[in-house]
Every structure is written in C-alpha cells, then in structure tokens.
Design a protein around this ligand. Structure first.
Ligand code: F3S
Length: 423
C-alpha cells in the first residue's frame, strides 16, 4: 500500500496508541480489499452504542472500543474523534425506553454508552437517516458510512461516495480521517451495469418501495439504471426505493437519468459500460413483488402497525395524523411511528405529537424494532408500509408481516384488521 507521510506517522504511533491501532486496522482492511491507498474523509457515520449485555465482557468503555471497534488485544485510551462523526440508529429510545419494554438497568447502561460517545465527539443522531437531520454530504464528498439504506441514498441521490462500511472501519475512520480508496469511491465503479425498463407508472411511496425490491432482486449488488420514470420522486420515495433495493439485493448505487446526481442522461449513467442485462417492470412484476412481500402473513387481526422504516420525515408524520382523522387506535392494536429525535421535536412543535398521542399512537426515536429487537408483548401480526422492514422483521422477530400503503396501515391500526390490497 502507498501511505502518505501523515498516514505513516499515525501508523508509527506519533498520534497516540488509539490512532495507531486504528491505522493498523485500516491497513489490514485495505490490503484485504486490494486497495492501493486511502482517501481522506471528514464524514463518518458508525455505530458504537453498546448495551449492558455487550458491555458485560469489558471493564470499561475504552476497553470495549479498543477490542470491539479497533480489534485491538490491548486496551488503549480513546481520544476525541478527529473528523465529523455521527452515531447511526441505536438499540434504545432515550425518552421512551419503557414503551420499548427494556429494564432500568438496560436504560442506564445504554445511556452511559451514549454519553461516552458524545464525550468523544460522536454526534448522537441515532437514526438510519442522518441526511434527514443535517448530515447531507455534497456531490463527490468521500464518506465512510454504515447502514445500507443511507449509503444507497447518499451515493445515488446526492452523489457522495461511500461503500457500506462496518463498525470497525468507521470507528477507525473517526480517529484517523482515512478510509480505503476502493469500490464506490472510484469513478469506474459508479457507472450503471443493468437497465431497468419501468413500464408501470410508479408514483406512490408504496410503489417506489416495491420497485426497489424488484430491482434489488434482479441486479443484486450491481448498479441499476431506471428508464421510464414519469414522475419526479421526492426524498420519501427515494428513501423507500433505496432501502428496499439494498435489502432485497444489496444495491449501493443506482441512477435515474435526469433525477439522480451523476446521470443527466442514460448515456451518462452507463458511461463506458454497456448494460449487462435489461429487466422490465410492468403490471405482472409489480403484482409478483406485492405477493412476495405479503407472503409471511395470513392472520388478518393486526397487533402492531409500524411506520417509519427508514425513519419517517415530518411529512410522513403529518400524513399519518391526517389519516387518523381524529379517531382512536383500535384497542387490540398499537401504532408506533419511528423518526429521528429532532423530527420528533418538530412534530411536537407542530402539534402532531399530541394528535398521535390522543389517538393512542406512539412517536418513537433513536431506534427501530429490527435494530432494537423489541415489539409490544404478544405481537404476532404486524402491518408495515416499508418493503425493507417487511423483508426483515418477520424473520428477525418471528411475526407475520403485512405490507401495504401508509393509508392501508393506518386503517389497520384503526380497525385492528388488515384489508390492504394492490390498487
Ligand atoms: Fe432504519 Fe430500522 Fe428500517 S434501521 S432502515 S428503521 S430496519
């Protein structure tokens, strides 16, 4: 590997043992990837909040960070992070941990871990959508982010550059400001590889989620290019599209000519590549995806409706409030909406929190049922408006999952029954 002078000095320990351990880890990682050099980054999103059960193996947070995040045999003192760093979604809602059903011991231990991160300069965004709460990288900016739904969003919609990193590589990047220069940091890997001819008029966020799910299944981890989009999608729709494509396939980058950051035209999207394959998305494909997403559910009595995967924006919260229309959630059902905590604050200021609470719904932050692995006690059937969450939650929590529009989901919360469908 070619190292710059400052990278060599970090590796030799000039900036202390923690930075040295971080550089050692990054060099091992880069060599395993075949990267020839590092690139500077000043935008890192990782995950370093540890629960009490994870901390059981360690005597201190420095020890946990050293051994778990820096893969070090010895414990070193962890300094302040060197570059702009953010915590992604974590295991616990700081304000509503009791709703989650966690113990006081879990709450206090997890809060300690959050405080440790904050003291080290890691910003507690605690969301899978940092781009909704102020971390909006610019086109061409080299980042080091975990969380597949966020990676595909910033690569494709914003034109920033990151691979899907891990806890260790992001922790090391926070301390050094370096990340291996490979994958989606390089121009040649960002061009389209597969063409998707979209023949169905995709408009709603439900449809964008289904299209994303289809695309991920077709191209796996390659770079799809969508042709035939008639309505310009907004952040919400692209958030659902990317999250679904990243979960069914592992898509980290896509192009929609005329809309996403790096493709004004189809030719620009493919650059020097020729499409390796073309897939059509029409009525039949849409129906097949819908049936697949609903394949785990058969009981129509719904115990939980969850909105906010990826974390909801303020416009989604408003939509839920409007759909509730002053009515109460059915007594056998819960409605949980997940959003970043700054958006929760905004919802409170706008009166949406009160509307939700009056209806019997909960507005939660910092976590989600898949990451925190929690559900209301006795939950067997959930209804979701997220293709990503319906892909994961039934498998992770052993529940049935219905998938439909936000309106279908809110109606299920009001009646306790699933009557959604493909319209
Ligand atoms: Fe976010 Fe949890 Fe969905 S991390 S993308 S709300 S599965």
């Amino acid at each position: 590997m070619i190292l710059t002078d400052d990278e060599r000095r970090m590796l030799e320990g000039e900036q202390g043992p923690a930075v040295q351990k971080a550089m050692e880890l990054l060099v091992r990682y880069a060599e395993a990837l075949g990267a020839e050099r590092f690139v500077d980054t000043n935008n890192v999103c990782g995950a370093n909040i540890l629960t009490p059960s994870m901390m059981r193996h360690f005597k201190s947070h420095d020890e946990a960070f050293s051994k778990m995040s820096l893969d070090s045999d010895e414990t070193v003192e962890i300094p302040q992070v060197k570059v702009f760093s953010c915590q992604l979604i974590g295991p616990m809602d700081r304000e509503q941990w009791e709703v989650q059903g966690v113990s006081r011991e879990f709450y206090e231990g997890t809060m300690e871990s959050m405080d440790y991160n904050a003291r080290h300069g890691i910003h507690l965004m605690n969301t899978c959508t940092p781009y909704q709460v102020g971390n909006v990288p610019v086109k061409g900016e080299h980042c080091a982010w975990m969380e597949s739904s966020a990676v595909v969003y910033i690569n494709s919609v914003l034109g920033a550059r990151t691979n899907v990193e891990g806890r260790e590589s992001t922790a090391a990047a926070m301390l050094t400001g370096k990340i291996p220069y490979w994958g989606y940091h390089l121009d040649e890997n960002r061009f389209g590889t597969h063409l998707i001819e979209v023949e169905f008029d995709v408009e709603s966020n439900m449809d964008w989620g289904m299209l994303g799910y289809f695309v991920g299944e077709m191209v796996e981890d390659k770079v799809p290019v969508l042709n035939g989009i008639r309505h310009v999608p907004d952040l919400l729709r692209l958030k659902h599209f990317g999250a679904a494509a990243a979960s069914s396939g592992g898509v980290e980058m896509y192009h929609i000519p005329g809309i996403t950051a790096e493709a004004r035209t189809l030719e620009e999207a493919f650059g020097p590549n020729r499409p390796r394959a073309t897939f059509k998305y029409g009525e039949a494909e849409r129906r097949k995806v819908y049936e697949e997403l609903n394949s785990t559910a058969h009981d129509r009595d719904v115990d939980l409706v969850m909105i906010g995967c990826p974390h909801a924006g303020i416009e989604q919260i408003r939509e839920v409030c409007n759909l509730l229309d002053g009515k109460k959630i059915h007594s056998n059902c819960e409605l949980w909406v997940f959003t970043p905590s700054p958006i929760r604050k905004l919802a409170e200021q706008n009166g949406y929190l009160k509307i939700l609470q009056d209806a019997g719904a909960k507005l939660m932050s910092d976590t989600c049922p898949a990451i925190g692995q929690f559900l209301p006690k006795g939950t067997k059937v959930v209804a979701l408006d997220s293709a990503k969450q319906v892909h994961y939650l039934p498998a992770i929590m052993n529940v049935q999952g219905w998938f439909g529009s936000t309106a279908d989901c809110v109606r299920a919360a009001l009646t306790g029954r699933w009557d959604g469908g493909l319209h």
